[in-house]
Design a protein around this ligand. Sequence first.
Ligand code: CU
Length: 218
Amino acid sequence: MMFTQLVFAASLAWKASAANIIPISVGRFNLTFTPNTINVTQGDIIEFRFWARNHSVVQGTWDEACKPINTGGFFSGFVPQSDTTKPNNNTFRVTVNNTDPIIVYCSQNANTHCKNGMVAVINPRGANNFTTYFNAARQVPGNSTSPPSVFGGVFASLGSPAGTSSSSTSSSTATSTATTTSTSTTTSASATATNVAGSMGASLVGLAAAGAAAVIFI
Ligand SMILES: [Cu+2]
């Protein structure tokens, strides 16, 4: 009896802590996010799945289209994928810390993905919606901007449970110290477990950028 109760309590605790993982496909259908508008609740995890070509996800600002938000946010780096039949196994997960509208754009400048409409809005509100940002992005004169390094999310294998992160991105052991560097404030991205993976991803991205940017997947 005691044991049963214990198990029951444990399973409840597990359920309470399990976050929803909500997928967004990046570049599955040409230069788009699918879906490009989505409502999520605080604590949900957005899982960006990278399809063919070489895309990224950046949190944008309403002030200037195709530019990163000044405070907080996230950047996945570029995640190339050559297989056109499935997404890269390495997904980028961002925990939503509040219900404010969150802009997402792809910062790939070959074929100016952001300007060409590769944008999305999470939790739109009023005029802060997909159409507003899409139209603003169309007016951008040139390239979009990528933050200098990966941050604000974790890389995790497709299908892995919430709370896990991929160890395949790097063999780096720089863990605890990196966690405290940017505790994001207002916006959206989780800054808890994130920066560890952020620094791991950065090295991955460095490789990817060097190898792939000049080559094919755009
Ligand atoms: Cu893109």
